[in-house]
Design a protein around this ligand. Structure first.
Ligand code: ATP
Ligand code: MG
Length: 436
């Protein structure tokens, strides 16, 4: 993208309504714009990040054996009456009427809909196990929408739903999602810690919240230091194999949110291994047995010819919240420091002398080498403006090209994460970035 033609409405002033760094930076970098309380339009820069986050989520869901579908945002009240949640959900649910006065709602989650959908297809135990997911906008009329996209009213969620013949199968599905989540967040450069959680309005008996540590987190969390040191990406995962060793590593060490915190168990953790911090919930997984399948009348013909009610779980990831959470974990005074995997553009090419033929030629060459994952600052602005914008928007690699260097075929390469700078030939700069 050429910056001279981009729709990138950056803000000079820090917006007064933004209380936390990620919200301020997303507004200042022109990533999103609030259209009404807790509802955001995603502008080109923000939209690119959201799509990159979404794609990582998708790849890891697919790898774990879940299958992508797309269910609608609008649902009928009847579905929710079957599970009893239409009244129970309360004012967080946005209720609508169509022209025939039929009661509808904007989905806050999809347990009812997916169970009903699956019911239309599953006849026998051979149709199990299955795991279906979608990445779709949700609406929850939060009492206090705040912190930008972190607690919005309309937000993008990945929600997966597993159907199994029995409890053993359901626990296997749960472990598959557990491991897929560890990998998903690690690929985004985040350390997300699974913590035992309350099951809340979804109901059920086994549940983990995945929490990343950040000072501005909404919950207080307590965990064993070992959990911060585990590198889940360093070994390949066989999702058909036994995942218990990985899951057990996490569940056998102390990690709890405030609600589940147990002082007696905490006291058993050696003092030097105790970490207490603030956390942001980025994912939440549940195993709830037959709660929805029974209520919605889902049953299949079992191996012995008797009807069996499938065991279910549901697995959410806050895709749009993650964009804010990643910034909370990766920023400094100057702006965002995107991890490579989710950066809106991997490379920024800064042309310091537009109109100088050698500088223009080198800049174009670099831009072409990385497009479409590069942004080219070809504006007429001062160098200082370009440096400040590139740091604010947080591109992992910046290539600075000025007339003096260009005459000698040299460019300056800057790594945003560390601030390191280096003068290199164009070829070496390209090789360096491609090899990283
Ligand atoms: P919270 O405790 O933060 O209100 P929740 O328990 O209501 O979240 P779930 O129903 O488990 O959320 O939804 C799955 C994921 O969706 C959460 O882990 C979170 O990352 C994300 N999420 C939930 N509510 C919001 C929201 N209002 N804005 C953005 N993301 C959200
Ligand atoms: Mg939750």
């Amino acid at each position: 993208m050429r910056l001279s033609r981009a729709f990138l409405p950056t803000l000079k002033e820090t917006p007064a309504e933004a209380q936390i760094a990620s919200h301020r930076l997303m507004l200042r970098a022109g990533m999103v714009r609030q259209t009404s309380a807790g509802i955001y339009a995603w502008l080109p820069l923000g939209w690119r990040v959201l799509q990159k986050v979404e794609q990582i989520v998708r790849e890891e869901q697919d790898a774990a054996g879940a299958q992508e579908i797309l269910m609608p945002t609008i649902q009928t009240a009847d579905l929710w009456r079957q599970s009893g949640r239409y009244d129970a959900y309360g004012p967080e649910m946005l209720r609508l009427k169509d022209r025939h006065e039929r009661e509808m709602l904007f989905g806050p989650t999809n347990e009812e809909m997916v169970t009903d959908l699956f019911k239309g297809y599953a006849k026998s135990y051979r149709d199990l196990p299955r795991n279906l997911y979608h990445i779709q906008w949700k609406f929850r009329d939060e009492v206090r929408p705040r912190f930008g996209v972190m607690r919005g009213r309309e937000f993008l969620m990945k929600d997966a739903y597993s159907f199994d013949l029995d409890c053993t199968g359901a626990q296997k599905s749960y472990r598959q999602m557990f491991v897929a989540y560890l990998r998903t967040f690690a690929r985004m450069g985040l350390k997300a810690i699974p913590m035992q959680a309350d099951t809340g309005p979804i109901g059920g008996n086994l549940s983990h919240e995945f929490i990343i540590l950040a000072e501005t987190g909404e919950s207080q969390v307590y965990l064993h230091k070992d959990l911060l040191e585990f590198d889940v990406l360093s070994r390949p995962v066989d999702y058909d194999g036994d995942l218990s060793p990985i899951v057990d590593f996490w569940t056998s060490r102390y990690a709890a949110t405030d609600e589940k915190h147990d002082e007696a168990a905490w006291a058993q953790v050696p003092g030097e291994s105790q970490v207490s911090a603030r956390g942001i919930e980025v994912g939440h997984i549940f195993y709830f047995g037959t709660k929805y399948s029974a209520a919605m009348g889902l049953s299949v013909n079992g191996p012995e010819g008797k009807p069996v009610v499938p065991e279910m779980g549901s697995y959410g990831i806050g895709v749009s919240r993650l964009v804010g959470a990643i910034i909370e974990a990766n920023h400094d005074e100057a702006g965002i420091r995107w991890p490579d995997a989710v950066a809106p553009f991997k490379v920024a090419v800064l042309n310091l002398k537009k109109g100088d033929s050698a500088t223009d030629a080198l800049s174009e060459r670099l831009y072409a080498a990385f497009a479409p994952d590069a942004i080219y600052d070809d504006r007429e602005d001062r160098a200082g403006v370009k440096f400040a914008d590139a740091d604010l928007m947080g591109y992992p690699w910046q290539v600075v090209i000025g007339p003096r260097g260009a005459a000698a075929g040299k460019v300056e390469l800057k790594r945003r994460a560390t601030g390191e700078r280096e003068e290199l030939s164009v070829e070496d700069a390209i090789t360096r970035i491609k090899g990283a």
